[in-house]
Design a protein around this ligand. Sequence first.
Ligand code: FEO
Length: 396
Amino acid sequence: MNIKEIASGIHYVGVNDRVTQRFESLWPLPYGVTYNSYLITDEKIALIDCVEISEVEDLLRNIRNISGSNVKLDYLVVNHMEPDHSGGIPILVDEFPDMKIVGNKLTIGMVKGFYHIDDDSKFYEVADGDVISLGSHSLRFIMTPMVHWPETMMTYVEDEKVLFSGDAFGTFGALNGAVVDEDMDTSLYFEEAYRYYSNIVGKYGTFVLRAAKKLENLEIGTICPTHGPVWRRQIPEILELYKRLASYESEPGVVIVYGSMYGNSGAMAEKVAEGLAARGVRKIIVHNAAFSELSYMIRDAFRYKGLVVISPTYQMTIYPPIKSFMEALKSREIRNKALALCGSFTWASGALPELKKYSQEMKHEVIAEVQMKHAPSGDTLAAVEALCDKMAEAAE
Ligand code: FEO
């Protein structure tokens, strides 16, 4: 149970999930995840953000722990409708029949569609800039579409300078006792923020930047996202990290992602790594795509400047795990990388042309390419050395 008063009359009542193995059934959760929810108690009582359906009993226990067993919620503010936050809505509607669900036009359509709650009297529709007064707390709604769904909005409590930011500024990782960043070592959450951003929000960088711009004139003392710690001490750091990732700005280093059936493309990956190390590159990460999780390969591709992709030809095209990786990059509109492509083949070249097709579709420059027939030999090794020359310079 993680209950914490984070500002006057505002409690964290969120829950830890250490059971779900994969977020969205895709992304590993080795450290768990939180579904954050916040209770504001005033003349009216409002819950900001709900939780995943399996965790709703814990949420109800936390709410009653603060406001008593006879508590009646006046409002449920739905900043985001993805079911990790909206799954518990039908149960809250049953528990609190007089509660209004607060959301914008799109939110309300989604509640009706997902949960068949069709009674219009259950809803309180808001638009950008609208305010609901709870008594001494006023909730102002800020529309931030596509961070990370179209209905996404944020809620700001003016007097307390608290921003409920939805998925923005969230991270993977359950909370290990403390709730607010100033009460914990946040290094794990910053590491997991790279993976959370790149895996979940990465496609919507333009919208993240647009939302960040909209927040510029707000005085923000506390950020309450829907996942991970509440930010207070490290607001500048988490804002900077999100802005940097949304702008596709990278750190020095090279990520090598390769596939290999019988070891020849793998040998080329080793040669690239050795060549970069010999040229002074200190951050080199090698992923065998057949074994590395896509989640971590995407994270590293977002984080570091250099990216070398190596694929054998498989059924006249790219090796399947590399294809998944390239599709993930394309869908996230990755840019500003030092990108090098290498393909191998036995009798007809299929991989390198396909990799290049991806780079064209992504409108991404390729700084070097290597084509290998059969196994590494004189010409291939010379081309690898030339690739390392260019990459070492571009990725630092
Ligand atoms: Fe945490 Fe987009 O849901």
